[in-house]
Write a protein that binds this ligand. Structure first.
Ligand code: CA
Length: 220
């Protein structure tokens, strides 16, 4: 899951980035509204974490403008301001949830998972498909009831595919959703992870449409 973090405080930003990375999120971090605006137009983020008090244009103005422009991803506001009116304004401007600083990283991660789940139209915490289950909170995967050990990248890739059972994703689309800025991507990394997943989940669980992309096998 690739997230955009908009936060001007270096210490808070770094703590969030590291904490969420441990939870399996890929976090790209910008420090002001102008930079956020630029990357939201070019990168496929699944969610935005937005600080309200930013240098220059504040987070609320950025959010209003981006929603008006059609930004559809969930937005969670993180703010030191604890006035009720700020939170109300944020939600009315198009935020989906908020947390007040200081907050617990476990709670942040759980709220992000809830937002992503809701966006995918699921109410259950886990995903199940053809005997394979994936739990984003515990990072547990099972096949026919037995635990399957996956690397963090394999897990992220499997989640990406299982959340869109009918959708073909090209190698480039997978790469840009799995890797953040400055992360080295080996040219065959996606193939290697797909190969690993097939070995562990069965060769026919993930289909490769030659020259087009990958998807999980449809239910029938
Ligand atoms: Ca701030």
């Amino acid at each position: 899951m690739r997230l955009l973090l908009v936060e001007d405080d270096a210490m808070i930003g770094e703590a969030i980035r590291l904490g969420l990375r441990r939870e399996g999120f890929t976090v790209d971090w910008v420090r002001d509204a102008r930079a956020a605006e630029g990357v939201l137009r070019t990168e496929p983020f699944e969610l935005m974490l937005l600080d309200l008090g930013l240098p220059g244009r504040n987070g609320l103005e950025l959010l209003k403008a981006e929603r008006q422009r059609g930004l559809a991803i969930p937005v969670l506001i993180i703010t030191a301001r604890d006035a009720v009116s700020d939170r109300v304004q944020g939600l009315d401007a198009g935020a989906d949830d908020y947390l007040i600083k200081p907050f617990d990283l476990d709670e942040l991660a759980a709220r992000l998972r809830a937002l992503l789940r809701r966006r995918a139209g699921r109410s259950a915490a886990g995903i199940e498909h053809l005997g394979v289950t994936l739990d984003p909170a515990s990072h547990r995967v099972t096949r026919d009831g037995a635990d399957v050990a996956l690397s963090p990248r394999e897990f992220a890739l499997l989640q990406l595919l299982m959340e869109r059972p009918g959708t073909l994703l090209s190698r480039a689309q997978i790469e840009e959703r799995l890797y953040g800025w400055g992360e080295e991507v080996e040219s065959n990394a996606v193939e290697v992870h797909i190969h690993g997943l097939r070995k562990k989940l069965g060769a026919d669980f993930i289909l490769n449409v030659r020259g087009v992309g990958y998807r999980v096998r449809p239910a029938s």
